[in-house]
Design a protein around this ligand. Structure first.
Ligand code: UDP
Length: 452
């Protein structure tokens, strides 16, 4: 099956953010909104991504498109649907951009032919919607192949890459080798971190724009304690392990079932270092029901591996660790459950082996939770070690994770101070007003610089 679907997003007025922002920030974003209305008066801004649910890109687009539409600009969001063969190839690219082989398959001429054929069909559908002079944001490798076609039609094209690795290795080189020709026709590229951009991206048209979260979305809105409790203890949530404890401290990791999130590594580290942790702490690993995420072909396998490891652990570790799958068919419900889990957590872990930018780090920080996260990729910008959380130098070192957890679980004052600092850091850096301003600024350059 191939085709293009439109995601309907209900606009959110910018004024909703106002109570959270200092007056000068409210004024500034309103100025930019006015400039955007003028600049984009007879244009549509299109976002094209590969999924409407599951993962950070979808999460962020729901927010950003809603606030952007709330300014009165015409903003729309299209999702590419494709068959498994296409998503196997794009997952391979995704893994290699993060420096690992993934499924080990080739990124050769045959892979390129499959990729091109899928996007050629999508280009036909998109032609019926997008007009010359419009602005199109192509998100991630899945959509990069549309850039040439859209540019040839007089569309402003921006490629937004959400993934990346600070270093280069043979796998990143392979992935960039595949992508270069596809990405180069785009007028501008946006990354979450400067280190992620390959050398050949024109520095004049490179922007670093990290994601943001919506404090009022079902994922982040404040929840009363009773609702947190009801959601966390909802029947059917726990896949492996006993029901979640009512009062005991909880260390939580929320992630897609992706090897690079290293859920298995968290599980093993917890069991191996159980004696070094407070005696009543429980571990919760939560991810979506695997069938809920269409563009994530490895999810079933990664979840099966975690279940298998859990079953082989000693009873004493199994009593204290829980694998949770969050229903993914209802987006709002999924978000509220994740929200409740993050609020119920004492400490939130993100032991990723690579990470472009982790919304699963920003979300608990907004909720005032102390985080323990790997010092990789975008997470290094998100958390200041020792102030707004603890960073792990070596993401593969389970002992380091356990000792950081132990520090935070046993020192409530330190934990709470970090939680407060974490909340402020998100308020200062990762809310949608900053994000929108950076895009308006870029659009202005793109449009004035090119059509003149
Ligand atoms: N998420 C979710 N349900 C789950 C697991 C994850 O809603 O069961 C969300 C999570 O809250 C976050 C996003 O998916 O908003 C993951 O984004 P992140 O940037 O951390 O990583 P990505 O998945 O994009 O690699």
């Amino acid at each position: 099956m191939t085709g293009v679907l439109e995601v309907q997003v209900v606009p959110i007025p910018l004024a909703r953010l106002s109570p959270l922002l200092p007056p000068e920030r409210v004024e500034r974003v309103e100025e930019y909104a006015a400039a955007a209305r003028q600049l984009l008066a007879d244009r549509t801004v299109w976002n094209v991504s590969s999924t409407a649910r599951g993962g950070g890109v979808a999460e962020m687009l729901h927010t950003l498109v809603a606030y952007a539409a709330g300014t009165g600009v015409e903003v729309r969001w299209l999702v590419l649907t494709a068959d498994a063969e296409f998503f196997d190839i794009t997952k391979r690219i995704h893994n290699r951009l993060h420096g690992v082989a993934g499924d080990g398959g080739a990124l050769d001429a045959a892979a390129r032919a499959t990729y091109d054929a899928t996007l050629a069909r999508h280009a036909g559908d998109i032609d019926g919607l997008v007009r010359p002079g419009d602005v199109v944001l192509l998100h991630d490798p899945q959509t990069a192949g549309l850039a040439r076609h859209l540019r040839d039609r007089g569309v402003h094209v921006l490629w937004r890459c959400h993934v990346g690795l600070d270093e280069r290795n043979e796998w990143t080189e392979q992935a960039w080798g595949f992508l270069r020709e596809l990405v180069e026709p785009a007028q501008a590229c946006v990354f979450s971190r400067a280190e992620f951009a390959p050398d050949w991206v024109d520095r004049q048209w490179l922007r670093i724009i990290p994601p943001s979260l919506d404090p009022f979305s079902p994922k982040n809105v404040d929840l009363p304690d009773e609702e947190v409790e009801a959601l966390v203890h909802r029947a059917g949530l726990v896949l492996e392990g006993a029901a979640l404890p009512l009062d005991a401290p909880i260390a939580l990791q929320v992630s897609r079932w992706d090897r690079l999130k290293d859920m298995a590594g968290v599980l093993e580290a917890f069991a191996e270092h159980l004696d070094g942790l407070p005696p009543d702490v429980h571990l919760v690993l939560a991810g979506p029901e695997p069938r809920g995420v269409a563009d994530d072909p490895e999810a079933d396998e990664v979840l099966a591996d975690c279940r298998d490891r859990w079953r082989h652990q000693p009873v004493r570790a199994r009593r204290r660790s829980h694998l949770v799958t969050v229903p993914a068919d209802d987006l709002d419900e999924n978000a509220r459950i994740v929200n409740a889990l993050q609020r119920r957590a004492t400490v939130v872990v993100q032991k990723s082996l690579a990470e472009g930018f982790g919304l699963t780090v920003t979300e608990p920080m907004w909720k005032g939770r102390a985080v323990v996260a790997s010092a990789v990729g975008g997470i290094r910008d998100q958390v200041e070690h020792g102030v707004s959380g603890l960073l792990l130098d070596d993401p593969r070192d389970g002992a380091q994770l356990a000792s950081a957890l132990s520090v935070l679980l046993t020192d409530a004052d330190r934990r709470e101070a970090m939680g407060r600092a974490a909340h402020l850091r998100v308020r200062d850096r990762y809310l949608p007003d900053r994000h929108l301003i950076e895009y308006v600024d870029l659009f202005a350059r793109l449009i004035d610089g090119d059509l003149a």
